[in-house]
Design a binder for this molecule. Sequence first.
Ligand SMILES: [Fe+2]
Length: 256
Amino acid sequence: MQILQITDLHLYGNAGGSLRGVETDSSLRHVLDDAAAAAFDYSAILVTGDVVQDDPTGYLHFKSLLTGLGKPVLCIPGNHDEPDAMRQSLRDEPFQYCGTRRIDDWQFIMLDSYDPGHVGGRLGAGELQRLDAALTHSAAHALVCLHHHPVAMDSRWLDSIGLANAEDFWRVIDAHAQVRGVVWGHVHQVYEGERDGVRLFGTPSTGAQFQPHSDRYAVDSRPPAYRRFELRPDGSIHSEVRWVDFIGAAGHAAAG
Ligand SMILES: [Fe+2]
């Protein structure tokens, strides 16, 4: 099974809105076009937060861009989202807000790490219980999705706005053997790692990126991107990030 992950879209209600020098509507369209042109036969789209840039009218815009793709769109909130407006906007198929979703041999667990008034994230007691219950009630291979990074990115400013209670998160993950991967957005750069057999994936934005390993906030010059996952029946994962240089021609892949 293949999955398309897009993250940190930062859309506005107005198609001309731009952030950090990138028109976020235009760059998302190029990302979706690239995925279509690559004949990438994905079963669902995973959207790991910051769908809008502090502008709830952006959800209508998001829906108009993704409804016609004919695939389930699994969404979680980021710090720039408005969870109540997002849940309300995305309550109908093909959209799903948080919750869990079983597709083939895999269970997707979509967590809400939004922490009101904070740029960083936190998983409340209810979300941690929901994660534990989802893993207790299904032995399927699990892909756990949240907006904020639950490991250090080796970037001082970003690591001050990650998942504040990552220890609580890992305590639940460590208690269940079937977690195969953890996936996040928020960091606007690539991260790939492994922790006790669990694959870890941070994914660049569909818009502007941040400079890796930077002590201070700094915008990178890398182009928009998305991630492709192949989730196999044996629980193994192949994944790559695809960069979309929409001034030039086709994107290029960076293996992972
Ligand atoms: Fe973001």
